[in-house]
Write a protein that binds this ligand. Structure first.
Ligand code: CTP
Ligand code: MG
Length: 433
């Protein structure tokens, strides 16, 4: 095609593209949306809740820790690119445990907080990449957050710079003195109760925290620091459901709100249970000087499987299929072989942990419907041991024998498996969730 002819064909396309770009962005500048990072302060003492143990962030609500509810909401929102979790110094590893158990892949760091909420947010902010466009601050103690609200706060922050989610107060508010005497009754129409999420352009939040730190100003939320900076803060309508777990009755309220959701979920499930299928595969080398453990059964043989844990190839494939069905990553993610505590680990014990992880991952009751496994091993003959393997799995997962199938075959002498150098296992799990 000649040049003149080609530009003739390209010209209308370029014109069309230019018009469309201009209509989308009439100012003419090329605007690219930058990354959004959530900072989750969860480093408080929870003194008003008065719980024993690790505190309100880790208490179980409807089958999972409060913090897991909060993080899962942030994880599920496509707009959010990364999460910085702030916990008490002594709870950093507990924080990571929740992150790993619930496969919150967006968490980039779990960092120790400070003595006040402001210091904790500031500590989190210190780990936010400097090229971030928007920072969303959301309390770990607000597990009932609706993702649409987070999204609205982010959109608002892009437009206005600083946005807080808030609800009109329901009660009439009084200002009183130390003696209990009423000083004034502010008109209720202009009173809003601030919540989180609060979203900011990164540079505004950073400037607000930097100024507050320099002047010693302490605020109870981040919008207040931006107000102190003299920048406008916009409130958008939040939700009365988005409660902060502060005093013991809040736990009961949150449980009730969540169980209403769960009932709705169950009603949906009764109409149409959703089967989820997961697949798992594993291979371990056969070597001298190791026990051969398959399905939790020690099988007499002159070789055993090499691995960091007990190398139970069958249970490893099975665990991966269960995690896969719920999109919760794989066993390497939950039980990394770089960690000493999994060295020589009993895989039946790991299987019971996987059951807990998948159970907690679903708001509605899930049930393992069926498991089918295949072991590929040239030797030894496995048939005599299969009934005990099935029993081990049945007992660990709380199933009935009919739900667990294990088959074994050889590789007809072909390849490394056929030469007796390794054993392979596959598993398929069906979960109704
Ligand atoms: N927070 C924090 N660091 C602090 C104090 C609070 O990260 N030093 C977090 C809390 O963990 C919570 C949120 O800020 O997610 C809101 O604080 P609040 O509800 O007051 O929690 P606590 O401070 O833990 O509770 P209390 O004030 O009753 O001790
Ligand atoms: Mg507090």
């Amino acid at each position: 095609m000649g040049l003149a002819k080609m530009s003739g064909a390209l010209f209308p396309v370029l014109l069309w593209y230019t018009c469309i770009s201009w209509m989308e962005n009439p100012g003419g500048s090329v605007y690219e949306m930058g990354q959004v990072i959530a900072v989750v302060p969860a480093a408080g003492k929870g003194s008003r809740m008065g719980l024993e143990g690790p505190g309100k962030q880790f208490v179980y609500l409807n089958g999972r820790p409060v913090l897991a509810h909060t993080l899962m909401a942030l994880e599920s929102l496509a707009e959010i690119d990364g999460i910085i979790l702030v916990t008490r110094q002594d709870q950093v590893s507990l924080g990571w445990q929740v992150v790993n158990d619930y496969a919150i892949g967006k968490v980039q760091a779990v960092v120790p907080g400070g003595a006040t909420r402001q210091e904790s947010v500031s500590a989190g902010l210190g780990h936010v990449p400097t090229d971030t466009e928007i920072v969303v601050v959301h309390d770990g103690a607000r597990p009932l957050i609706d993702t649409q609200l987070i999204d609205a706060a982010i959109t608002g922050a892009r437009e206005y710079g600083a946005v807080g989610v808030a609800v009109p107060v329901k009660d009439t508010i009084k200002v009183r003195d130390e003696m209990g005497l009423v000083i004034s009754t502010p008109p209720r129409g202009s009173l809003w109760a601030i919540q989180t999420p609060q979203a900011f352009r990164y540079e505004i939040l950073l400037a607000a925290h930097t100024k507050a730190k320099a002047s010693g100003y302490v605020g109870t939320d981040d919008c207040e620091l931006v107000e102190e900076l003299g920048k406008p803060v916009r409130l958008i309508q939040g939700s009365y459901r988005n409660i902060k777990l502060t005093t013991p009755e809040d736990l009961a309220i949150a449980e009730t709100l969540l169980s209403v959701d769960k009932d709705k979920g169950n009603a949906k499930m009764e109409q149409s249970p959703i089967p989820r299928v997961g697949w798992g595969y594993d291979l371990h080398r056969l070597v001298k000087g190791r026990p051969l453990i398959l399905g939790g059964v020690e099988i007499p043989f002159d070789k055993g499987l090499l691995g960091h844990s007990d190398a139970d190839v069958l249970l490893h494939a099975l665990m991966d299929s269960l995690l896969g069905a719920m999109a919760l990553g794989d066993i390497g993610h939950h039980f990394p072989d770089t960690e000493k505590r999994w060295q020589g680990a009993n895989s039946l014990h790991l299987l019971s942990q996987v059951k807990e992880i998948i159970t907690r991952s679903s708001a509605s009751q899930l049930s393992i419907s069926h498991i089918d496994c295949m072991i590929i091993a040239e030797r030894p003959r496995l048939a005599p041991y299969i009934p005990q393997m099935r029993l081990n799995i049945v007992e660990t997962l709380g199933l009935i024998p009919d739900q667990v199938s294990i088959k074994a075959t050889t590789n007809e002498g072909l390849g490394p498996v056929g030469q007796g150098e390794a054993i392979v296992a596959h598993a398929v799990a069906t979960i109704l969730a």
